[in-house]
Design a protein around this ligand. Structure first.
Ligand code: TRP
Length: 331
């Protein structure tokens, strides 16, 4: 069974785009793979978050992924900082990561531009920590978005380099599992833009209250309506249909499609239906998020179980690494 590792940014508030773009695939994967999903809290230190915010975010992310259906009995769900073996492997891997290649990384250059007063070494070695996350569980597959492909390529380089340097086959070379095509539904924004995103300010969060969702959907951008039968839908309208496609039943989609094609559609009706169907989809998740956030005992049980499983796997690999490079115990 292939091993899958994926890190989750420790910023909360998953939105519909995250759900249909990635989380849904994680939920599917946990049934067929040996999956490790962790919250990358150490990575987020590169931006110097306020301690209370960091802790609150990690908790929120944990609750949200569990609420979506990540099953801690099936997948290994853990918090990166609970597995100190990762930090040690990161230190060891840093010895074989070179300044030039790290400086050339796109994500480093972007971050250095975004936070010119805080170009810390953690930012530079971000891909090394990411490689440690992955190879410590001897992962074969890593689900990543397009923006992480280069970082994963560096993990492959570091794994290969280690194997070659010590003439071993300790680390499998992790392959990217890119969510694309039928696996990946790109959820559009409600403002007529191409993509739903937190930073775009057009997102519907899974934790949004029904009243908030209704308001956001009713404000969605439309046009003045079709003027000819069966005309092609412009992007703003196609966006609404794409959303309808993921949350509504096929007969609802077919109904509005027909009305569009007959030029009898009333966008207000479509939006009302869309809002209700989004609420129907998100509300059980929202309620589970709230229940989980109120249940510290359960969350700590999940984190502890995950940490134990992850540490068992990580310490085994780390021991092998230490042996290979000659860091051996004298006692
Ligand atoms: N860098 C990833 C992101 O920003 C998060 C991450 C950290 C990760 N470690 C990882 C992803 C290991 C996959 C595997 O989204």
């Amino acid at each position: 069974m292939p091993t899958v590792v994926s890190g989750i940014r420790s910023t909360g508030n998953l939105h519909l785009g995250n759900y249909f773009g990635a989380v849904k695939n994680f939920i599917e994967m946990q049934h067929h793979h040996d999956t490790y999903f962790f919250i990358a809290d150490l990575h987020s230190l590169t931006t110097h978050p306020v301690p209370q915010h960091l802790y609150g975010n990690v908790k929120q992310v944990l609750a949200e992924y569990l609420a979506c259906g990540i099953d801690p009995e099936k997948a290994t769900v853990f918090i990166q900082s609970d597995v100190p073996e990762v930090s040690e492997l990161y230190l060891l891997m840093n010895m074989n990561a070179y300044l030039g290649e790290l400086e050339r990384t796109t994500s480093f250059k972007d971050k250095a531009r975004q936070q010119p007063d805080n170009v810390n070494a953690g930012l530079l070695t971000y891909p090394v920590l990411m490689a440690a996350d992955i190879i410590i569980h001897k992962a074969n597959l890593v689900p990543v978005g397009k923006d992480q492909e280069q970082n994963l390529e560096m993990s492959r380089t570091f794994a290969r380099r280690f194997n070659r340097m010590y003439n071993v086959e300790l680390f499998p070379i992790p392959r990217p599992y890119v969510f694309e095509g039928q696996d990946m539904v790109k959820i559009p924004g409600l403002d007529g833009s191409g993509k739903m995103g937190k930073s775009e300010g057009n997102a519907i969060s899974l934790a949004d209250a029904p009243s908030v969702i209704r308001k956001k959907v009713m404000k969605a951008v439309t046009d003045s309506g079709p003027t000819e039968p069966n005309q092609q839908k412009p992007e703003v309208i196609q966006n609404l249909f794409t959303l309808l496609d993921v949350v509504s039943t096929p007969d609802v989609v077919a109904h509005f499609d027909l009305e569009y094609n007959q030029c009898s559609i009333r966008y207000g009706d479509l939006k009302k239906q869309l809002a209700e169907d989004i609420v129907k989809f998100t509300d059980p998740i929202r309620l589970r998020i709230e229940a989980l956030l109120a249940d510290d005992v359960y969350l700590s049980k999940v984190a502890k179980l995950g940490a134990e499983k992850a540490r068992a796997s990580a310490s085994k690999t780390l021991q092998e690494v230490r042996e290979v490079i000659g860091v051996k115990k004298f006692y």
